[in-house]
Every structure is written in C-alpha cells, then in structure tokens.
Design a protein around this ligand. Structure first.
Ligand code: NAG
Ligand code: NAG
Ligand code: NAG
Ligand code: NAG
Length: 401
C-alpha cells in the first residue's frame, strides 16, 4: 500500500479519475476481502457513483488507493465524561483527531472520521441557538458543525485514507460487518496498537471499533514524547483546511503582500482566581503584561522593522486595543477582509483556521507563548504551565525600551 505523503496542490480532474479509481477500489477491495466475501457480494462502487445521495455529496469524491479495512473511534472527537455537552477548543480536538489518524496510519486502515465537530460556545460568537429544555444530545447537535466544513477530507485522504461517519461508504461497511459476524467487527478496549496490527485476531477484521478514552482521544497518544512514533506533525491538520478556507486565506495573503504576523492570545488564558487570602493568581503570570501594546512594541522591535505590515490575530475584543502599534506598523486584522470573510464564515473555528493559514504564511511569525525553542513569542511564560497559580506581574523586568 502506498501512502502519499504530500499533496501536490493540483486541481483534481474528477470524472475520468473517478472511473479509474472506482475500479481500482473495487479490485483492491475484492483482493483484500476475497476470503471473506462471496464473489458476487457487495461492491463499494455503487456508493461512489450514487449521485443523489446526500451523504456522498462531500465525501468519497475520490477514492484512495489506501487499505479497505476500517478503524472507528466513535462519533465524537472527545466526549469529556460528564461534560459531553461542552467540548474542548479546536486545538485540543485537533490533538485528538491527529492521534486517531496516526493510529490509522500505523494500522494501515481507513479512518472513520466523525462527520460533526463540537464547537465550544466560548469560541463561537455567531449566535448558537439553544432550544429550551433540550437534552445534552440536542445541545451538542446545536453547537456542532460539519467536519468537512473545516477540513478537506479528500486532502487528508492523500496522507491517511478517511471516510466520514455519515457517508454511504460507512453504511456499507456497517452492513457488511454485520453480515460477516465475528470476522466483520471487533469491539476493542485497552488493546495496544501493536496488538491491533500484529495479532490476526484483529488484523484481518474489516472494522475495528475501538473505544477511545471517554475523556479525550489524545490521551491515547501517550507515546507522543517518543519521536519515532510521531507520524503526523502539528502542522498537518491546520494545512488540511477545507478548500473554501484555504482559498480565502490565499486571497487575503495576496492582499497583504509581504507581511509579518502575530497571534495575541488574551481572553480565556488571562483567567485569574483568588487564593485563600483573596489575592488574584494566574497560570500565566506575565501574559497580561506581555500582551499589552506598549510591551508588544518593545518586545517585537528586534524582529519586526518599522513600516512592515503586521497581521494580528487575537481574541482581544476591546476596540482599538492594538492601535498604539500603528505608530510603527501597518496593522491588518481579519476584519479588514470582511468582504471576503463575511459571506463565507459560519463560526469562529472557520475564522481561526483561516487566520492560522495566514499566520503560517507570514515572513516573521510571533506566537503568544513559546512552544518550541526556535519560536518567537511575546511572553516567556511557558505554554504548558505546571499548574502553579502565581501572582500576576505588571512591572517591567528591565529598562530595555
Ligand atoms: C421546560 O422545563 C420547565 C421545568 O422543568 C417546565 O416548567 C417548562 O414547561 C418546560 N418547557 C418546555 C417548552 O417544555
Ligand atoms: C462500538 O463500541 C461501542 C462500545 O462498545 C458501542 O457502544 C458502539 O455501538 C459500537 N459501534 C459500532 C459502530 O460498532
Ligand atoms: C518508540 O516508537 C517506536 C515506533 O513505534 C517503537 O518501536 C519503540 O519501541 C518506541 N520506544 C519507546 C521507548 O517506547
Ligand atoms: C485595517 O483597518 C484599520 C481600521 O479598522 C486600518 O486602520 C488599517 O489601515 C487597515 N489595514 C489594512 C492593511 O488595510
């Protein structure tokens, strides 16, 4: 099996390729499945050709040369136990999704991806409507969005074959696994991925239904510190943004020209709490200070020369908050491009994905907090804090500026 590592960025000629790949898929499927299926059993080609199925609209436009055995982790990315009706931010959900995709790569299986993703209400200001007395299930549905509105499923499939769990293909897989009985599906919990790969008890089964951690999928990726087991970089999912989002980012990047960028996280990360003496404490004691305009100006002077275009992505909502920076830079925000974004954006996750692509394309990019040693950052506070609540600091450490 060949897994393509890179996307060539070419436009995809659909129809001739489709016919070809349909037959390849059918052949591959029959080849892999021949001990399991009768020769005139089912074929997946019908689902690929069905034009009027709502499910096939955005899925399986292109089949992949990948394996036709499946890995399923459930229909929600992270369902944090009793907090199932809320969810983590996009970054956490991406860590989880990446963990599952890496396992699928390792097992050489097609990953069955949840067709909807939860949107945390604090990351959404596009007015989520909550029905009164709704069940947790309904609230979740209200505050979720279609996975393929955020990610390009076809593009992901170039690296890791995926199908969505509302696709015709998935329904075929379920129906087939039922017919096959014990050889069709294995429900597993707490089995190592090496065993899933090597033990014939699992390796020959059409569908592995794996019970992921109910707290967060990424808890399954404990070996992420082991660099040789990392198959997908952090940058993988951000670069897999849905086509409309990538296109919008390209348009904005063209308008920005030669630019630098800065991500200024304030809002939720500035949260303080009072200790038992009533003293405010914070997990990032310098962050509020370091993300104030006068401190930013001082900090970035050595990285961003005067006169540069500086794109700012921030969750700071105070109007004109960054204006003092305009004395030295030409400032740009996503709000400068509302003519491109307003007709397109349905929630803040989409906006964030576009902003992230813009930041990635910057000449110099400054993060809020350091993640890697080579990162430029506004604050020296570590991103992963040791859960130590400290008294916030607002004074200067030195007289540099
Ligand atoms: C919602 O629940 C409250 C109390 O449980 C009840 O009084 C009210 O009639 C309910 N409303 C609807 C629309 O069901
Ligand atoms: C997968 O396993 C879980 C837990 O055992 C079960 O609730 C669920 O229905 C299974 N899903 C499928 C598609 O087999
Ligand atoms: C690291 O990952 C590789 C590849 O998955 C594995 O062979 C190796 O045993 C792992 N090392 C440790 C220390 O877990
Ligand atoms: C963005 O909009 C602000 C006003 O909201 C303006 O001052 C600034 O020059 C604009 N930036 C660009 C790059 O057009």
């Amino acid at each position: 099996m060949a897994i393509q590592k890179t996307h060539k960025g070419k436009t995809k000629p659909r129809s001739p390729t489709l016919i070809l790949t349909v037959s390849i898929a059918t052949i591959t499927l029959l080849y892999i499945a021949s001990p399991l299926f009768s020769p005139n059993g089912f074929s997946f080609s019908t689902s690929i050709n069905s034009k009027n199925s709502v499910y096939s609209k955005n899925n399986n436009r292109r089949t992949h040369n990948g394996p036709h055995k499946y890995l399923y982790w459930g229909n929600r990315i992270d369902c944090p136990g009793k907090h199932c009706d809320t969810c983590a931010g996009l970054g956490h959900q991406e860590s989880s999704l990446r963990c599952a995709l890496e396992e699928a790569m390792f097992l050489q299986r097609t990953f069955v991806m949840p067709s909807r993703m939860c949107i945390n209400p604090i990351h959404n200001n596009k007015g989520i409507f909550h029905r009164p007395n709704s069940t947790s299930e309904e609230r979740w549905a209200d505050s979720s969005c279609a996975t393929d509105s955020l990610y390009d499923v076809d593009l992901i499939s170039d690296t890791v074959p995926v199908i969505l769990d509302n696709s015709e293909m998935w329904h075929h897989v379920l129906a087939t696994s039922m017919k096959l009985g014990s050889r069709g599906v294995a429900h597993v919990e707490g089995v190592s991925k090496t065993d899933l790969k090597e033990k014939s008890l699992y390796s020959n089964i059409l569908l592995i239904n794996r019970t992921a951690s109910p707290l967060s999928w990424f808890a399954e990726c404990k070996d992420r510190k082991n660099h040789s087991s990392i198959l997908l970089p952090y940058s993988f999912l951000p670069s897999m943004a849905a086509e409309k989002l990538r296109r919008a980012a390209e348009q904005i990047k063209r308008r920005l020209g030669d630019y630098d960028a800065m991500h200024v996280r304030r809002g939720d990360v500035l949260k303080t709490r009072k200790d038992r003496f009533g003293v405010q404490r914070s997990l990032h004691p310098h962050l509020d200070r370091d993300t104030r305009p006068e401190f930013i100006l001082c900090r970035i002077a050595k990285w961003v020369p005067p006169g540069r275009t500086l794109f700012i992505a921030s969750n700071e909502r105070t109007p004109g908050y960054f204006s003092p920076l305009a004395a030295r830079y030409k400032l740009a925000y996503s709000s400068n491009y509302s003519s491109i974004l307003d007709p397109l954006i349905e929630n803040n996750y989409e906006l964030f994905m576009i902003e992230r692509l813009i930041m990635t394309g910057a000449n110099t990019f400054i993060k809020t907090m350091k993640q890697d040693d080579t990162d430029l950052s506004l604050s020296d506070d570590p991103k992963k804090n040791p859960k130590k609540w400290e008294i916030p600091v607002y004074t200067r450490d030195n007289e540099e500026c």
